[in-house]
Structure formats: structure tokens, C-alpha cells
Design a protein around this ligand. Structure first.
Ligand code: 5GP
Length: 204
């Protein structure tokens, strides 16, 4: 692979279907890799350490943070989350498209350093639906659901930080829209990489 990959930054309030959407996206885009984040939250049933996240202690996280190992980090709900330079480096070098699942604070940090990529916000059809999905998921306590809903409401107000907003009525439609966005973004003039020397010469 020689072409530079496209970072795809996706955020969504908890209970919007982001994880399912991202899993489907990975199936549809063979050159897409997830940048595995570090987190201090406890591992959920069905998750794998090193794949879904690197699950580490608060002390380990703080050491990494103080060593400036993170491109960005944030405290979400009561836990830390961060994207390490290490998890991105090889993916960047090998030209993969990179999927970063971040909260709004992470997006703020990346916007501040003008990190190039396409920023997509996925929204639930309604707050009611979002709350319902969190209950059905059954991974959170009632207190945690309430906290996630409140955080979600605050996040939704920040939608202007993104390039695109998609309402997730159904995963397949959402994935189709993301694919369309990615194709368009990759065709932007400033991202064009000549595919041959003769064209490269013409462009100067
Ligand atoms: P969850 O605990 O449900 O997996 O994730 C909670 C929130 O943290 C989600 O909004 C998710 O996108 C966000 N998140 C996951 N990894 C990172 C990260 O590396 N950085 C930031 N800023 N947010 C993250």
C-alpha cells in the first residue's frame, strides 16, 4: 500500500450504535484499521484486551499521559480514555485508513492540533431511543445509564465540531452513508496522490 490513509474520526453518544456501526465498517473497508485506545474502565463481557481497548489502571494511564504517550486523551464519565502515538504509528506508516472512536473532548484536541481526517458524528433518532438502547444493552447500572444520557445530551450540542452528522436509524444505511462520505473525502483535490510517474511529472 502506498497511498496515504485517511483517518476517520467517529463520535456518538453512548447508546447510538457506534460499536456495531464501526464493526460493520471494518468489514466493508478492507484497508481500514481501528486505532485501539487505552482505557481505565473495566472490561465488559465479550470484550478482549488489546483488541477493543488496552485496559490499564489509572496509575498506568497517568504515567503514560505524563510521558506524553497520547496524541489525545480525555476523562469520559469517570474513566480515562486515550489514543497512543504507538497505536497509530505503524498504521500511518503502512498507509491504512484509521478509525478513531473518540468522545467530543478528543475531537476538540485533534481539531486544536489540526489533525487531518474526516470527522463524523453519529446521532440517535431521539434521546428516548438512545436511553432505550442503553437499557437493552444491559451492560450499565441505572446510575451509569443516567450519567451516559446526560453526557450524551451535552455532546449532541457540540455537533458543529464535526464535518458530517448522520442519524443512525439503521446500521446498514449508516454504514452506506459513511462509505459515501469516505469516498468523497478521499477524492478531495488536496488528498490526491498521483498513481504514476508521468502524472506526477505533469502536476509538478
Ligand atoms: P465506552 O466506555 O462506551 O467504550 O466509551 C465511552 C466513550 O469514550 C465513547 O464516547 C468513546 O468514543 C470514547 N472513547 C473511546 N476511546 C477513546 C479515546 O481514545 N479517546 C477519547 N477522547 N475518547 C474515547
Amino acid at each position: 500500500m502506498t497511498q496515504k490513509g485517511l483517518p476517520i474520526i467517529i463520535s456518538a453518544p453512548s447508546g447510538t450504535g457506534k460499536t456495531t456501526t464501526c464493526k460493520r465498517l471494518i468489514q466493508e473497508m478492507p484497508d481500514l484499521r481501528i486505532a485501539t485506545s487505552h482505557t481505565t474502565r473495566t472490561i465488559r463481557e465479550g470484550e478482549t484486551n488489546g483488541t477493543d481497548y488496552f485496559f490499564i489502571s489509572k496509575k498506568e494511564f497517568e504515567t503514560k499521559r505524563d510521558n506524553k504517550d497520547f496524541l489525545e486523551w480525555a476523562q469520559v464519565h469517570t474513566e480515562y480514555y486515550g489514543t497512543s502515538f504507538e497505536s497509530l504509528e505503524t498504521l500511518h506508516q503502512e498507509g491504512y485508513d484509521i478509525l478513531l472512536e473518540l468522545d467530543v473532548q478528543g475531537v476538540d484536541s485533534l481539531r486544536n492540533i489540526k489533525y487531518d481526517g474526516v470527522y463524523i458524528f453519529i446521532l440517535p433518532p431521539s434521546i428516548e431511543e438512545m436511553t432505550k438502547r442503553l437499557r437493552i444493552r444491559g451492560t450499565e447500572t441505572e446510575e451509569s445509564i443516567e450519567r451516559r444520557v446526560n453526557t450524551g445530551k451535552e455532546e449532541i450540542k457540540k455537533y458543529k465540531k464535526y464535518d458530517y452528522v448522520i442519524t443512525n436509524f439503521n446500521v446498514e444505511e449508516t454504514v452506506k452513508l459513511i462509505l459515501a462520505i469516505v469516498h468523497a473525502e478521499k477524492s478531495r483535490v488536496y488528498r490526491y496522490t498521483p498513481t504514476s510517474n508521468d502524472i506526477k511529472e505533469l502536476l509538478g
